[in-house]
Design a protein around this ligand. Structure first.
Ligand code: ZN
Length: 200
C-alpha cells in the first residue's frame, strides 16, 4: 500500500518532468530507482495537504500527483529545517518537506534529487542559499519568489523558478498555500539535504 502510493507519486512526478521543458532540461529523471522504506515522521502540515482539494484547471499529471500525495503523505519521512526560535511556531505548523528521490530519499539515486515541499498561506520563507542548483515547480497554489540579481516573480501552478549555486533566495506565500516539486543538481547533490544549509 505504502509502496504503491509512493510509486504513483513518483510516476506522476516523472510525468510532470516529462511535460515541463524547464524540468526536462534540468537533468535526467531516473526511470526505475529502487524504493526504500523510510520511517515516517508526523508533522501538522500532513493534514493540510491531505485535506487540500485540487486547484481549478489542474492538469491530469498535477491531479495524479496530488492524489498520490494525499495517500503517501502520512507515510513520508517529513523534515522541517528550522527551529521555532528562527521562524516561529505557526511556520513550523504549516510547512514541511520530504526527499522523494535522492541519496536519502524514498527512491534511491546518487545522480538526481527531488523533494516535495509545502508551505501554508501567509508565510515568509527567509533568504537562504545552498551549493546545489535548484528548480521549483509549482504543483498547486502559488507564491512570490525573490532571488539575488534577478527580478522577483509570482508563480502559479505549472510555473518554474531556477536558483543558481549559492544564489540567495526567499519565498513568500500570500493568499494561497504552495505545494512544490523541487529538483536539485550539481555539487550539493551528495551533500546535506534541502534547506539544511544556510547563507554562508
Ligand atoms: Zn533553495
Amino acid at each position: 500500500m505504502t509502496r504503491a502510493a509512493f510509486q504513483a507519486l513518483y510516476d506522476a512526478a516523472g510525468r510532470l518532468v516529462a511535460e515541463t521543458p524547464a524540468l526536462r532540461d534540468f537533468g535526467t529523471w531516473p526511470s526505475m530507482p529502487a524504493f526504500r522504506k523510510r520511517k515516517p515522521t508526523v508533522i501538522p502540515a500532513i493534514q493540510l495537504i491531505t485535506a487540500r482539494p485540487d486547484p481549478p484547471l489542474c492538469s491530469p499529471a498535477q491531479s495524479a500527483f496530488l492524489a498520490a500525495l494525499r495517500t503517501a503523505a502520512p507515510f513520508a519521512r517529513w523534515y522541517r529545517s528550522y527551529k521555532r526560535a528562527q521562524v516561529g511556531r505557526d511556520f513550523l505548523d504549516r510547512y514541511g518537506w520530504f526527499e522523494l528521490l535522492g541519496p536519502s530519499g524514498h527512491f534511491r539515486s546518487d545522480a538526481a534529487r527531488a523533494y516535495v515541499a509545502y508551505w501554508g498561506d501567509g508565510l515568509v520563507y527567509p533568504d537562504h542559499a545552498h551549493a546545489a542548483e535548484e528548480i521549483y515547480y509549482v504543483v498547486a497554489g502559488g507564491a512570490d519568489f525573490a532571488s539575488d540579481g534577478v527580478p522577483s516573480a509570482t508563480l502559479a501552478p505549472g510555473d518554474t523558478r531556477l536558483h543558481g549555486s549559492w544564489q540567495s533566495h526567499a519565498m513568500t506565500t500570500t493568499t494561497s498555500d504552495i505545494l512544490t516539486l523541487v529538483l536539485w543538481r550539481g555539487e550539493g547533490l551528495a551533500g546535506k539535504p534541502m534547506l539544511l544549509e544556510t547563507t554562508p
